[in-house]
Design a protein around this ligand. Structure first.
Ligand code: SAM
Length: 290
């Protein structure tokens, strides 16, 4: 892996994972939390972020940046719960291999219950995974699954690393790509879907978050403001090149697909999103290979 491709948890793309963890911590502090992540606040504390990231509703309320972060944390709450439900449904349906692509500081492997013999692979950059595991170890976190972190660049030969870690392509896999596609150029995204297809036995599933046209995202006031406050040039991290929607690409590969907008998902949890927010127009594509 080339060193310029690596980033840690407080720089470049890495800090986006920390901001998502802060949103999950904030959600966890709510009495009506859609998802509870008992480790999320620890990540923020241990990372010593260069800018303050609120980890409770009370902290957020006391901050001048309250409005900036609220749209993001409301969206992350819905997204987290939606994909929690997805992986849990896949596990309940008998899929025993999960691959969390660009897992960042996601702790599903630790905070969710897993049937016996479930293997959860997490792919991300080495420094991000190292940081996550060091905090989880310090907290004494335990897991019911066979947790296998795979340090790899998703723009390079991550599939070989995943197979080396034990992925069995003769068995169905449930894949998750949450918070990833904007960081991949169109060719790498196409390669990602091809590789997922190649490694997926019949019965495999995939859930993908699709934010649509990233140029529109960059123009969204909340995203522009929160990334400026993070001190990160988000425009330099995301790729705006045109590419087919995941549902189109997966249909071409022969997968059955269905799409739900973030606004619809939020409605299902009785937690409506601000309809003027770009994030409310995100689409969650769930696909199945028969
Ligand atoms: C916005 S965070 C989302 C993390 C996680 N999925 C979540 O929702 O909490 C984006 C993550 O993508 C990872 N990432 C982006 N591009 C990557 C690449 N080429 N290879 C490996 N990881 C990548 C980053 O390290 C970061 O952890």
């Amino acid at each position: 892996m080339s060193t310029e491709q690596q980033w840690d948890i407080v720089s470049g793309i890495g800090i986006t994972a920390l901001a998502v963890a802060a949103s999950r911590a904030r959600e966890t502090s709510r009495p009506d939390a859609l998802a509870k992540d008992p480790y999320a606040a620890d990540f923020v504390k241990e990372a010593h972020p260069p800018v303050p990231l609120p980890t409770t509703e009370a902290e957020a309320a006391a901050m001048e940046t309250q409005r900036t972060w609220s749209a993001t944390s409301a969206y992350v709450a819905v997204r987290t719960r939606y994909f929690d439900d997805y992986v849990q449904r896949a596990a309940a349906a008998g899929v025993t291999q999960m691959v969390l692509l660009a897992s960042g500081l996601d702790t599903r492997a630790f905070r969710l219950r897993w049937p016996a013999h479930t293997v959860v692979y997490e792919i991300d950059q080495p420094l991000v995974l190292d940081f996550k595991l060091s905090v989880l170890r310090k907290r004494g976190a335990t897991t019911e699954c066979d947790h296998r972190p795979v340090a790899a660049d998703l723009k390079e030969d991550w599939a070989a690393a995943l197979e080396k870690a034990g992925l069995d392509r003769s068995r169905p896999t449930a894949w998750l790509a949450e918070g990833l596609l904007p960081y991949l150029p169109p060719t790498a995204e196409d390669d990602l879907f091809q590789e997922i297809h190649r490694l997926s036995a019949p019965g495999s599933q995939l859930a993908v978050e699709y934010l649509g046209d990233m140029q529109e995202a960059l123009d969204d006031a909340a995203i522009a403001d929160s990334t400026r406050r993070l001190g990160v040039d988000i425009g330099g991290l995301v790729h705006t090149g045109r590419r087919p929607a995941p549902g189109v690409r997966l249909s071409e590969l022969g997968w059955e697909t269905r799409e739900v907008s973030a606004a619809e998902a939020a409605g299902g949890y009785e937690r409506p999103l601000d309809p003027t927010s770009f994030m409310s127009r995100a689409v969650y594509t769930c696909a199945r290979r028969s």
